[in-house]
Design a protein around this ligand. Sequence first.
Ligand code: ATP
Length: 588
Amino acid sequence: MPQETNNGSMFTSPCKNLRGSKGLISSNEASYTEEIINDHELAQRKAEEAASRRYQAAEWLRQMDKGASRTLPKEPSEEEFCLALRNGLILCNVLNTVNPGAVLKVVETPILTVQSTEGAAQSAIQYFENMRNFLMAVKDMKLLTFEASDLEKGGSSSKVVDCILCLKGFYEWKQAGGIGVWRYGGLVRIVSFPKGSPSSLVGSESADESVDESESSQYEQLLEFLHLSDEVANEETKTANALAFLFDHFGLRLLQAYLKESNGIEELPLNGMVIDTLFSKVVKDFSALLVSQGTQLGLFLKKILKGDIGSLSKTEFIEAISQYLRQRTSLASSDFSKFCVCGGKKETIRQIVSNSSGHAEVIDLHQKQLEELRFHYKEMRRQVKQIQEGWDKEVGRLEHHIKDLEAASSSYHQVLEENRELYNQVQDLKGTIRVYCRVRPFLPGQSHGQSIVDYIGENGNIMIVNPLKNGKEARKVFSFNKVFGTNVTQEQIYVDTQPLVRSVLDGYNVCIFAYGQTGSGKTYTMSGPDLTSKQTWGVNYRALRDLFQISKTRGDLVKYEVGVQMIEIYNEQVRDLLVSDGSNRRYP
Ligand SMILES: Nc1ncnc2c1ncn2[C@@H]1O[C@H](COP(=O)(O)OP(=O)(O)OP(=O)(O)O)[C@@H](O)[C@H]1O
């Protein structure tokens, strides 16, 4: 034993739980103690695992054989388990259920309680016959087997448990249709199981032979491997079953879809040949699907191997595969349950695709997108409806507004008409014939002459003085509508004429003309001395300006046509002044 150093660090155990209250213990002592504890834990774990497997086997036997439920406890001890199976009756009955006729002669024995050992001793020969028949049948089926002595004291009940669980796995696979690959712990391989014929077992080696030829340690390793791969094997069996199940549904649904989609189905003679043709297409499609699935799985496995996690142990690799299968199984089953609930053609296609895990993800993605689209569509419909309602309201409001405007417009026109009538009545009241007098100032050179205008009144009177006469005769008063003096502007002259222009546009006839002797100022008043200046425009130009202005204002209501004629009346001759050919045409 090495010496302890002063600080004790060199030889102290890294396991802190080994530090007892008595102080530190040396390295060798610690390792030894640790080993004992580890061995103890390992043994305990193995015992627990063995018990769990034994309970599983017992449970299955109780389910398969009614007699077993009376003689075999639910969770039997190793001794109870061996004792209940020792007469071979339960095993033979169960085997005949799994593979009818496997044991042709089963020796019936009185029901014995598990505590009784006497009964078992009394029928030892009969028991042996049952056991021998069972073991031979199991061997013929190339399943895991054991020695009859394994059920005696000192035997290996674990081999018995393995045999029963192997039988259980085989039975479950057979119940699921016996299609595909069945394997129990990598030892027994069954590539096909045609219905109605004896099972066809193809194995790399016989289980029995392998057990016989193996050493005990090899057998232990084998069992360990069996245990490790047991879960994988079960998953694979489930997958094979699920595959068979999916194929049935896939095939039938696809067949259904083909029949529904083919035109003129009523005329199609549904004979065996047609069904065969369609079904061969279904199989082809399914095969393509499997190839695609296989490719994806291959990629997945390669990805695992090349992953960042580095090299994998076999156990880790198996666990990764199991995890993948579990994920895919749950995904497929959820899709499949949706398919079963919904049914229909679209769902048939969904079913086909959902068999492929990659496609299932795509479908899920599309499903989500479809849901989103549905949501957006609903939202858009709601918004469109909302906008439509808004527009309806707006249109209603506009209609109402237009009606108001129509009413206002109609009353406006009414008012306008009234106004027009009143206006023209005013013009009439002012006089349909109005005579104005304009006094021209002296022309240059006449400024020293004597004016005969004595007085111009506001009421339209003008008093003229005749210097050649006396008394009453010397003064005369003339009355007009209005008299304009010499200092009146062109604008002031037009103000009294302007209202008549509006009357023209209201449909009244109006005539404005100037009358007087030569040189009295007619041209000056009607045209103006200088056309370039708006201030000196005479009545004609101002009237035309207003005419166009008012007709433009009323443009949306009335369309006016304006014509101009210019004539001269001289010496009782009427001449057209706008004739351009110079003929100066005279009117008759
Ligand atoms: N109100 C006025 N203020 C200043 N000058 C005026 C006025 N009225 C007329 N005259 C001037 O008197 C002259 C004669 O006027 P005007 O030519 O208009 O007369 P008339 O009546 O047209 O003559 P006629 O009959 O011969 O054509 C012109 O030189 C004109 O400028």
